[in-house]
Design a protein. Sequence first.
Length: 172
Amino acid sequence: MEIVTWVVSGTLEHRDSEGNHGVLYPGLAQRMSAGTGIRHSETNPSPDTPVHFVQMWVLPDTAGVQPGYEQLDVNDALASGGLVPIASGRNHDDAIRIHQRDAVLWGARLAPRSSVTLPDEPHVHVFVPIGSATLSSGDVLAEGAAARLTDAGALELTAGDAGAEILVWATA
């Protein structure tokens, strides 16, 4: 399994049996390839600050992948306001690498009422961990809501009055 972790708020500490260790924070993407086997744990290192995170599991396209770990800070890229590749099996240079050539995880931090065009892929999953957004189809996504789109074309997504952070999986 390819496991991508995204911290929305707070911090999350990762340790695994391969000796990898890291403290994740908002804007730092992490990929752990479970591969042929790995033990791992994620804990909140703070006794006072709660952590809110999303952990996404993707089937690899190759059998027998060795366990692996990668993290990348994408905060500077997210500051641009557009969609940024966070995790990719399609050789995006500025994304963590996943072993799934048909998938890309995009992210954006949108200013109030700003818009992005969603990828025109056969399967798109939009999640709004912060704020709210409206699809050009008229569907409103409140904080914590998601939409699965199949052959929907390149829809526009517009952030609500308080802005939004979005995560978008696009797969062929």
